[in-house]
Ligand binder design. Structure first.
Ligand code: SUG
Length: 445
């Protein structure tokens, strides 16, 4: 008999350099909004309010700190020298694309932080984490070491938590973390099915219009190193990637026994369903599939119906789907969402959250959170300063209001004052979240 467990969320706190730099080919929102002015202050407050909604609904909620940006150490590795402000200035002059990558606040999308295997599924009974190497996009490849440090700060007990290194950062092992992983189960604390969705094989010639960001071999290696039971590997459909589905979680989400997905999510839908059924022990999976006739892939992507949080709330029999407001604004998506609750299916309620600042970079409610199934003993072993309470929500909102700008264009990223502002904010945050001394590179020099 396994211990009772719940699905906690760890959200990426949105950083002070949140901007629209058009850094992610194949992510249509990122390309479409390139060059627009962002509002980092509104962004961080929207993210915090979303976290509070989940905490108020009764789920444990944790905060993952933003990374140090601009990433001066990365620019130094490219040969830029002198004081930090000069490194930044020269990089913007000589290598603006690299400078833009060094400024991205992309660690906010915690679904890409790591792949997580709960203790109920792992060979050694610990919770396993592999930070994603995110090698497909330069700006995201800068994340995994600091992500590992953040996970170590949140889950400090090595007898309960195993935080691995990222997979070797090469294209053959391209990994985007939990955005391509869905866990199904009867109860969170019972062994589950781990659906790992990949877009291409390591040695496959790739000719699609957009990159496939996850290799089959990366997914296999993670299941192997975590000792994950119930692993099912499924190929993401080529049509989905070509249409702008840069992660599987743009068209698919699951919780407990329910997988909710678009009919173009998988290359072989019937085979994927059959493999999940075969791997499921103690429950019959329920597939809620939305057809292209009811919702085109383009509408699914622009409205982010599936990039929602599907959650099991304390005391409720049916699941709740937490969608971005863009889903409500799209008549077809809204009709599908209403149809879900009107039916007698597993999804009983739909709620909406405003994360528009993140959405304009292709990051919906599901992108902003990393799901971590935890027993009570495991929850007790987390860093208490990183758990969102009403007090921490108020404190971080005040912190964001104090330190963040309310407008930022990509050109503003070159402003050396932004470097100082960001560092001041992160320095204060280090104390608020008890991250330990020297958590950020700038604190170590
Ligand atoms: O990797 N956007 C992110 C969005 C990640 C969404 N995550 C999930 N689907 N789980 C990405 O494409 C855009 C940054 C810019 O263009 O400035 C960006 O990185």
């Amino acid at each position: 008999m396994k211990a009772h467990a719940v699905e906690a969320n760890a959200d990426g706190l949105i950083g002070p350099t949140h901007s629209y730099a058009g850094l992610s080919p194949g992510n249509l929102a990122s390309s479409l909004n390139k060059g627009e002015a962002s509002n980092p202050r509104a962004a961080v407050l929207q993210g915090l309010d979303k976290m509070k909604r989940l905490a108020d609904l009764g789920l444990p909620q944790y905060v993952l700190p933003p990374h140090e940006r601009p990433d001066i150490a990365f620019l130094r590795s490219l040969g830029f020298t002198g004081i930090d402000a000069r490194v930044l200035e020269q990089a913007w002059k000589d290598a603006p694309s690299f400078a833009a990558a060094a400024c991205s606040a992309s660690p906010m999308w915690a679904a890409n932080a790591a792949t997580v295997t709960p203790s109920a599924d792992s060979a050694d009974g610990r919770v396993h984490f592999t930070p994603a190497n995110l090698v497909t996009n330069l700006h995201r490849s800068l994340e995994h070491r600091q992500t590992q440090a953040a996970l170590n700060a949140l889950f400090p007990d090595p007898t309960r938590f195993a935080i691995h290194d990222a997979l070797p950062p090469v294209a053959h092992l391209a990994d985007e973390g939990a955005a391509n992983h869905v866990r199904l189960c009867a109860e969170h604390g019972q062994p589950g099915v781990n659906l790992l969705v990949w877009g291409r094989e390591a040695y496959e010639p790739w000719s699609g219009p957009y990159p496939a960001r996850q290799t089959r071999e990366a997914s296999e290696a993670i299941a192997r190193r975590h000792g994950a039971s119930g692993a099912v590997l499924a190929r993401q459909s080529r049509a989905a990637i070509a249409g702008g589905t840069f992660h599987n979680d743009v068209v698919c989400v699951g919780a407990l026994d329910t997988l909710f997905h678009h009919d173009l999510a998988f290359e072989d839908t019937a085979g994927t369903h059959a493999a999940i059924r075969a791997a499921a022990t103690g429950f019959d999976p329920i597939f809620v599939e939305v057809s292209s006739a009811d919702l085109s892939l383009a509408d699914a992507i622009s409205s982010y119906l599936f990039n929602s949080m599907l959650v099991s709330l304390p005391g409720e029999d049916r699941l709740t789907l937490i969608c971005p407001t863009e889903t409500r604004d799209n008549a077809r998506s809204h009709a599908v969402a209403q149809g879900l609750t009107a039916s007698n299916g597993p999804i009983g309620r739909v709620e909406y959250v405003d994360v528009r600042q993140s959405m304009r970079n292709g990051g919906g409610p599901a992108c902003l959170r990393l799901r971590v199934v935890l027993t009570e003993a495991e929850q007790a072993a987390t860093n208490p300063s990183m758990r969102l309470t009403d007090t921490l929500h108020a404190r971080l909102s005040q912190w964001g209001n104090t330190h963040y700008r309310d407008t930022l264009t990509p050109a503003d990223l070159a402003d050396p004052a932004l470097l100082d502002e960001s560092r001041r904010a992160l320095d204060e945050l280090t104390g608020i979240l008890s991250l330990g001394s020297g958590f950020y590179p700038f604190q170590r020099t």
